[in-house]
Write a protein that binds this ligand. Structure first.
Ligand SMILES: Nc1nc2c(ncn2[C@@H]2O[C@H](COP(=O)(O)OP(=O)(O)OP(=O)(O)O)[C@@H](O)[C@H]2O)c(=O)[nH]1
Ligand SMILES: [Mg+2]
Length: 426
């Protein structure tokens, strides 16, 4: 991103982060995810400090005694950045930096930086930049440098304090311009979506925690070639592919993964992208079957929370527990007991995928209604469309056209209402 006033600082040596968290219960193991996030952002972790507190200290996040301890620990571990597992208030962040003498980044900053590095589409880039600017503007921080791309890393400060006022004005201008551009690209997306809607194919969306295996599953089910990495937030841009199941076509969409404490700015900025999920007829909630049970359940809750937040909680959902190949027999039994109605699959070996496809069919079949249509011979294209939509249909040639008995989703049936011969096709 262009720097209007000052260039990015010189690349520093690889960043070494000391992680901190204030938690009511639990210990360092709670920081495994932050470690993964930092790793994805190209930052090494060299230590962790957890303070048991019901709520973080309002001024300094950690209590005064812990701060002294942290200061020594940072020196001993030769850390050059502190990463906090929670979102910090601007005041907490400032005070911590003053007390510790090293840059302090919070969970939100790290996630935003990963998103910035992983955004590929024009829309994704605009969305992330907007979220970053809004987050930084709120904390009066130097606005024009995010990560140092050269060495990777987080929390690189931008221009000095004197520059901030100018930057804030520039940032506000940039925010307005980004919003305008986003309206424009979302309009394009709406056009594309309208195009898809015209085909009235049922829409299935993959949702799930980041790194759960959504993209791998899309690839396995549709032969798509979406990038797959053992990384958090590898996918940001939605990909939609045709899934053919039981003679019917479906649209299957893979999109951005969710995470605990997903920064609110991102949910807002990614509104258009998340819409792909909100507009689905069926959600496949992909769960990492190889994750320890507590983590797995926490991740599932996080996903459900985000789905609620984006207004997708009323959409029918099938839980798909994946990575089955990583489990032994006992593990499988436990999974089955824990998730009795879930589909257990492995995108890698293909195990369970056929059953999953059947389940998708079933979910839609439940809502199908049987209609009888009379398609005039002059409307051959309609007949072809019906074949694509419904696969198996019963047809009889009559004098006036083709008489068809077919099971369709209600909104699709409505489109063929003009050809209906009996009640039920309204
Ligand atoms: N063994 C095994 N590994 C899997 C399976 N599915 C996915 N993985 C691995 O899990 C990691 C994450 O897979 P992705 O498909 O990129 O996950 P995602 O949910 O799309 O992740 P994000 O896009 O980052 O949110 C990769 O290293 C995959 O190879 C599976 O069925 N078995
Ligand atoms: Mg992905």
């Amino acid at each position: 991103m262009p720097s209007p006033s000052t260039g990015p600082r010189q690349a520093r040596a690889r960043q070494r982060a000391y992680m901190i968290a204030a938690l009511p219960a639990g210990g360092e193991e709670q920081l495994a995810e932050l470690r993964e996030l930092l790793l994805t952002a190209g930052v090494a972790t060299v230590g962790a400090l957890v303070q048991r507190r019901d709520t973080p200290h309002p001024n300094t996040y950690l209590g005064p005694g812990k701060l002294d301890e942290l200061k020594d620990a940072i020196k001993a571990a030769d850390a050059n950045v502190v990463a906090c597992d929670d979102e910090l208030s601007p005041r907490q962040e400032r005070n911590l930096e003053q007390a510790l003498g090293v840059p302090v980044v919070d969970r939100t900053t790290v996630i935003l930086d990963i998103f910035a590095a992983h955004a590929h589409s024009a829309e994704g880039k605009l969305q992330v930049e907007l979220a970053q600017l809004q987050y930084n503007l709120a904390r009066m921080r130097g606005l024009w440098t995010h990560l140092e791309r050269l060495g990777g890393g987080v929390g690189t400060r931008g221009p000095g304090e004197t520059q901030i006022e100018t930057d804030r004005r520039l940032a506000r201008d940039r925010i307005s311009s980004l919003k305008r551009k986003l309206v424009h690209v979302s309009a394009n997306r709406s056009v594309m979506r309208a195009e898809r809607e015209r085909t009235h194919l049922p829409r299935v969306a993959l949702a799930g925690y980041t790194n759960a295996g959504k993209s791998t599953l899309l690839n396995a089910m549709t032969g798509a070639e979406v990038g797959v990495r053992d990384q958090l937030f590898h996918t940001l841009d939605p990909t939609t592919r045709l899934l053919r199941a039981g003679g019917r076509d479906y649209l299957l969409t893979d999109t951005v993964g969710f995470i605990r404490k997903l920064p609110h700015q991102l949910v807002q900025a990614f509104g258009a992208t998340l819409e792909e999920t909100r507009l689905a007829d069926l959600i496949l909630h992909v769960v990492d079957g190889s994750a320890p049970e507590d983590d797995r359940l926490a991740m599932m809750r996080a996903v459900e929370e985000v789905l609620t937040e984006i207004g997708a909680d009323a959409i029918p959902m099938v839980v798909v527990v994946g990575k089955l190949d990583l489990l032994d027999a006992d593990g499988r039994v436990e999974l089955r007991n824990r998730h009795p109605t879930a589909m257990l699959v492995s995108a890698v070996t293909g195990e369970g995928l056929e059953e999953l496809t059947l389940r998708i069919e079933e979910e839609f079949a439940r809502s199908l209604i049987e209609v009888e249509l009379l398609i005039p011979y002059s409307e051959g294209a309609k007949l072809a469309e019906l074949h694509a939509l419904a696969g198996d249909l019963i047809r009889t040639d009559t004098q006036d056209g083709v008489h068809v008995t077919v099971r369709l989703a209600p909104p699709i049936a409505e489109r063929f209402a003009a050809f209906a011969t009996v009640a039920g096709a309204s």
